[in-house]
Design a protein around this ligand. Structure first.
Ligand code: 3HC
Length: 290
């Protein structure tokens, strides 16, 4: 399938990543269904769109016509079948639970036309864990966006041993259509490229905090003002979600059996308290709005 023929996308999951990926798709001119089991999540995603598009127009970043067209192209639905049955390309962005994703891929395989590509935005599950749930492993790959997806240009496309070259190529061209700068991983590796590098930074930042060397504020300040990063590691963990940091570390621990890979004491404590970052109004920092 050429990118020109690709017209309809279904994004499964309207959370932190899914609602912004859906907007990236409609802003690229693709008819998009944003699907979630939670009506509340769908309402939040729709409210974000209604605020975001006019703001872009007011800022002079988007024409009024393009904003109206984007809003027209995007629909929100809790009905997986209605959202995915005509999709040419599916991007799954649900909670990072393998059993949930496996079940979803099984269902999508039944619902979607045979040529539809099924991509996962998972941060850490490689697509070969999901491909076997479908009768189309050659059309399954990872397509990993970064937070905030509307802003971050990088998209990692990961080719599993089962992924056809044409599938990875289509994912790359789709990302380019969204104005992204995709990178191709020729083989699967835990954490892909970016999170492997980022984890080293975050682990070290957490070690320095846990051992009382410096405060979260000062570590963030040092990383911003000495290394030129746009935000420090603790501000970033608040943005991406401390629950995600917790699950990533637990997964690393489960996979390796190495106790050193367990989440840091601070992450465990914040995870247990529900202080998951911006989305909860509190993480390493406190936020006025949830
Ligand atoms: N959603 C949509 N757009 C946003 C946004 C958000 N949450 N936050 C900021 N923006 C937009 C603003 O509207 C603005 O757009 P404009 O320039 O076109 O007007 C632009 O981003 C810059 O915003 P601000 O001036 O308000 O703020 P900053 O300059 O501080 O930028 C930031 C905010 C883009 C978040 C920047 O701090 C940044 O790049 N931070 C690093 C983010 C990062 O490292 N992401 C990767 C995380 S790892 C990950 O995602 C892994 C995955 O597995 C979860």
């Amino acid at each position: 399938m050429s990118t020109g023929e690709l017209r309809r996308v279904a994004v499964i999951g309207a959370g932190n990543m899914g609602h912004q990926i859906s907007l990236c798709c409609v802003l690229a001119g693709l008819e998009t269904a944003c699907v979630d089991v939670s009506e509340e999540q769908l309402q939040k995603a729709e409210a974000f769109m209604k605020k975001y598009l006019p703001e872009r127009v007011a800022k002079g970043r988007l024409s009024e016509e393009s904003a109206q067209e984007a809003a027209r192209l995007l629909r929100f639905t809790a009905d997986l079948e209605a959202g995915a049955r005509e999709a040419d390309f599916v991007i799954e962005a649900v909670t990072e639970k393998l059993s949930l994703k496996k079940d979803l891929f099984r269902r999508l395989d039944q619902i979607c036309p045979p040529q539809t590509v099924l991509a996962t935005n998972s941060s850490f599950f490689v697509s070969s864990l999901l491909a076997g749930e479908t009768g189309r492993p050659e059309r399954v790959c990872n397509m990993h966006f970064f937070n905030p997806a509307l802003v971050m240009k990088c998209v990692e496309v990961v080719k599993g041993p089962h992924t056809a070259a044409g599938t990875a190529d289509l994912a790359i061209r789709l990302a380019q259509k969204m104005g992204k700068k995709p990178v191709l991983l020729h083989k699967e590796i835990y954490g892909f490229l970016v999170n492997r590098i980022l984890r080293r930074i975050m682990d070290e930042a957490l070690y320095l905090l846990d051992t009382g060397v410096a405060s979260a504020e000062d570590i963030d300040s040092a990383v911003v003002n000495a290394l030129g990063h746009p935000m420090g590691p603790f501000t970033l963990m608040d943005l991406t979600g401390i629950d995600l940091s917790y699950h990533v570390a637990m997964e690393r621990y489960r996979e390796s059996g190495d106790p050193a890979q367990k989440p840091s004491p601070t992450v465990v404590e914040k995870y247990a308290r529900g202080e998951w970052g911006r989305k909860k109004g509190r993480g390493f920092y406190t936020y006025e709005e949830k």
